[in-house]
Design a protein around this ligand. Sequence first.
Ligand SMILES: *Cc1c(COP(=O)(O)O)cnc(C)c1O
Length: 405
Amino acid sequence: MSVNMNLTRAQFDEVMVPNYAPSPVIPVRGDGSRVWDQEGKEYVDFAGGIAVNCLGHCHPAAVEALKAQGEKLWHLSNVMTNEPALALATKLVNATFADKVYFANSGAEANEAALKLARRYALDNFGAEKDQIIAFDKAFHGRTFFTVSVGGQAAYSDGFGPKPQGITHLPFNDVAALEAAVSDKTCAIMLEPLQGEGGIINATPEFLAKARELADKHNALVVFDEVQTGVGRTGELYAYMGTDIVPDILTTAKALGGGFPIAAMLTTDKIAAHLKVGTHGSTYGGNPLACAVSNAVFDVVNTPEVLQGVKRREQLLRDGLEKINAKYQVFSEVRGKGLLLGAVLNEQYQGRSREFLLASVDNGLMTLMAGANVVRFTPSLIIPESDIAEGLARFEKAVAKVVAA
Ligand SMILES: *Cc1c(COP(=O)(O)O)cnc(C)c1O
């Protein structure tokens, strides 16, 4: 096949596998919370990739770390360890419940490691019968076959042949269903403390407390998927810190590298001991370039200034969305936490979140959906307050356009 190098949106359909349907425009440059496309049109970024660019685009500390490491050492594989990986693991351990870190390259891979570790821990300690993974409707844990099967949307896991077994799905936040399902056969309860892709749904304190209690009673592990909620997104370094419980395994990705691919699984000494030499691994996991960038990002995010700033920005965004809603009546509520917010479309606008997203792009604003009924906002954790105001002004125009249509 021979295709011209004209780099347009139309070319996507010529040379890319059709599993995505990207926007009509192609961004070429970003700076902080602003992005420019091929035509020079400027956008306010309320999406940050998908909750990834926690320090906006091209943050000087991250750029500096990338350049410095780029001139030193790019890659070794895990045949040898490296200084940036050791530094990052030490920071993660010092800042959380965890004693040990495993590095991966994506959220799905970190979750894959978490699930394999939970199974191995149960097998080693209690035998092969203890293999049940409790998971939840609408959960999202990534697209490997194990993680997508643990995820709670059959549409994503159907159609690929026989699925991994031993997975039980329950309604999220249903304490009674949890109580009925967990037994000595359960090896892990896996959940997002705030469901992201599923529609921005907070776990209730009662539900989390029951998960912890039942897991303890039945020697099962609690696995928190903090791929989206982690690294300051909710105003805590990790969302579990804003709850009354501590997980046994936690996964983190998306914002961890601020836009550079990296992920990690965190756990305790006792559990980590079961991933013995040779049981699991990754070529790129803990790559020095990724870890160097992530160290720089982590140092900026893990400060009271940035974490408290998330809560202030949350308030500004909520206030602005409420004002828009008072005028146009499109949402039934704004939910979520920190800078992981979802505006839930009311009866009249059910199923139309994509229209709001496209109208936003037309008006110079990047937003996201979380299913067909929720418009999702996940801006940079340090987005300037003036950019929040400008983004909201553009969103109001987008809302007005959808309402008038
Ligand atoms: C995005 C996401 C994943 C998958 O991460 P990838 O890097 O795309 O593999 C897993 N869990 C949650 C909660 C996510 O939001």
